[in-house]
Design a protein around this ligand. Structure first.
Ligand code: NAD
Ligand code: ZN
Length: 357
C-alpha cells in the first residue's frame, strides 16, 4: 500500500479583518525591482475593496476576467504578458472565487515553466516551482484555497495542473471578504463544499483523516444552510472554515458522481462548477439518497433555483462528448462506486442521467 504524501499550503492567516495584514505578509517576499502582481476577480473593479489592495512600487493590479472559468489560453496569455513586461516578478496574489484563485496558481507556475499550461494538465507534470503565490478567497466552498490543483479548460480537456508545486505558499482567510456575495452565488459555491463532503464521506477511498475534516465541514454546512434563522457574520466565518475543511477532506480521498458528471456539462456547455454540481446533485438519489434529500432541504430553505432541462435539445455527438469527459474521470468513479465502477456506470446509464438534467 502506497500512502499519499501530500503537500500542504505554507501559511494560513484566519480572521475577520486579517486582509489588513497583507502588506506586512508580502514584505519579506518582495524582491528588488520585481513587482508583486495582484490578480483580482473582475467583480471588484471599481468597488471600494479595490482601494484596500496594498500596491507598492511597480506592483501590477490585473482584474481577472472570470466571466468563464479559467482556460489554459488565458493563463498562457497572462503569464506571457507578465514575462514581457517585467521579466521576473516577486509573486502573485489571487483574490476572488475559485476561478481567480486557480488562475493565480496557474500563472504563478507558468512564470517558471516552459510551453503552455495545457502541457501540464494532469498529475505531477509541472517541472519547476512557480513564483511565490498567495490565495485570498472572496467566495467560500470550492476548497481551491487548500488544494494541490488548479482546474483549467484546455484545447482537449478540462483537467487541473495537479502537482506539489501547485498549493499556495500563503492563504488569507478573511470572512469579511465573502460577506457581500449574492445569495445564489453563495449557495452554489457553498454547495460545492457540501457536495465535496457527501462524495468524500460516501466514497470508497475514505479514511479517518478525510472523515475528520469531512464530518466537520458537513456539520458547518448544515449549521449555515439548514439550522440558522438568518445569515450573519458567524455564518460567513463558518462557511469559510467549511470550505477549508471540505478541501482538506477531499485532499486525502476524492470527489464522486456529482463532480464526474458535472465536468461533462462544464466542458461541453460551459456550466459553472458550483451550479453544475447542484444541477447534477438534484438527480443523484440512487447514489447518495440521504445527501440528496438534505441537499433538497437546503435548496428549499435558502429559496434558490436549481435549473433543469439543460440537456434538452443536445445532439447525439454532444452526449457522446460529455460521456467521454465524464467517464475519463476514473478516480472519481472508482471512489464513488468501487473498483467495478465500469460495470455499474455504463454509458447507457450515464446517458439516461444526462437526459434527466
Ligand atoms: P467563481 O470564482 O467562478 O466566481 C463566480 C462568480 O462570482 C464570478 O462572476 C465572480 O466574479 C463572482 N464573485 C466572486 N467573489 C464575489 C463576491 N465576493 N461577491 C460577488 N460576486 C463574487 O466561483 P467559485 O464557485 O468560487 O469557483 C468555481 C471555480 O473554482 C471553477 O473554475 C472551478 O473549476 C474551480 N474549482 C477549483 C478547485 C480546486 O481545487 N482548485 C476546486 C473546486 C472548484
Ligand atoms: Zn468541487
Amino acid at each position: 500500500m502506497q500512502f499519499r504524501n501530500f503537500k500542504m499550503i505554507g501559511y494560513v492567516v484566519y480572521g475577520r479583518g486579517s486582509f489588513n495584514q497583507l502588506s506586512e505578509i508580502l514584505l519579506p517576499h518582495r524582491q528588488k525591482n520585481c513587482p508583486m502582481v495582484f490578480l483580482v476577480d473582475h467583480f471588484f473593479e471599481g468597488k471600494p475593496f479595490a482601494s484596500r489592495i496594498p500596491l507598492s512600487g511597480n506592483d501590477k493590479l490585473i482584474f481577472a476576467d472570470v466571466s468563464t472559468e479559467p482556460k489554459t489560453s488565458y493563463v498562457d496569455k497572462l503569464a506571457q504578458e507578465l514575462k514581457d513586461e517585467f521579466g521576473s516578478i516577486s509573486g502573485i496574489v489571487g483574490i476572488g472565487g475559485g476561478s481567480a484563485m486557480d488562475l493565480a496558481k496557474a500563472v504563478a507556475l507558468m512564470m517558471n515553466n516552459p510551453g503552455s499550461s495545457a502541457d501540464y494538465q494532469g498529475w505531477d507534470l509541472v517541472k519547476n516551482p512557480g513564483v511565490y503565490k498567495v490565495g485570498i478567497p472572496t467566495l467560500s466552498g470550492t476548497g481551491a484555497e487548500v488544494s494541490r490543483t488548479t482546474v483549467l479548460t484546455g484545447p482537449t480537456k478540462k483537467l487541473g495542473m495537479n502537482s506539489d508545486f501547485t498549493p499556495f505558499d500563503q492563504i488569507v482567510l478573511d470572512p469579511e471578504l465573502i460577506a457581500d456575495a449574492p445569495v445564489n452565488q453563495r449557495f452554489y459555491t457553498g454547495m460545492d463544499c457540501y457536495i465535496h463532503c457527501i462524495e468524500s464521506l460516501e466514497g470508497t477511498y475514505l479514511n479517518e483523516f478525510s472523515k475528520s475534516y469531512g464530518d466537520k465541514a458537513l456539520q458547518l454546512c448544515r449549521e449555515v444552510f439548514l439550522q440558522q434563522e438568518e445569515w450573519n457574520e458567524i455564518s460567513d466565518e463558518k462557511l469559510m472554515m467549511a470550505s477549508y475543511a471540505g478541501g482538506m477532506s477531499i485532499a486525502y480521498s476524492q470527489v464522486g458522481v456529482a463532480h464526474a458528471v458535472s465536468y461533462g456539462l462544464s466542458y461541453l456547455l460551459g456550466t459553472r462548477h458550483g451550479i453544475g454540481n447542484c444541477i447534477v446533485m438534484n438527480h443523484l438519489e440512487e447514489f447518495y439518497p440521504e445527501g440528496v434529500r438534505e441537499f433538497k432541504q437546503m435548496v428549499d430553505k435558502n429559496k434558490v433555483d436549481i435549473p433543469g432541462g439543460i440537456c434538452s435539445g443536445l445532439k447525439e455527438e454532444d452526449f457522446e462528448k460529455m460521456m467521454d469527459v465524464s467517464l475519463g474521470m476514473k478516480p472519481l468513479w472508482e471512489n464513488a462506486l468501487g473498483k467495478d465502477w465500469e460495470k455499474i456506470m455504463t454509458r447507457k446509464k450515464l446517458r439516461a442521467l444526462y437526459e434527466r438534467l
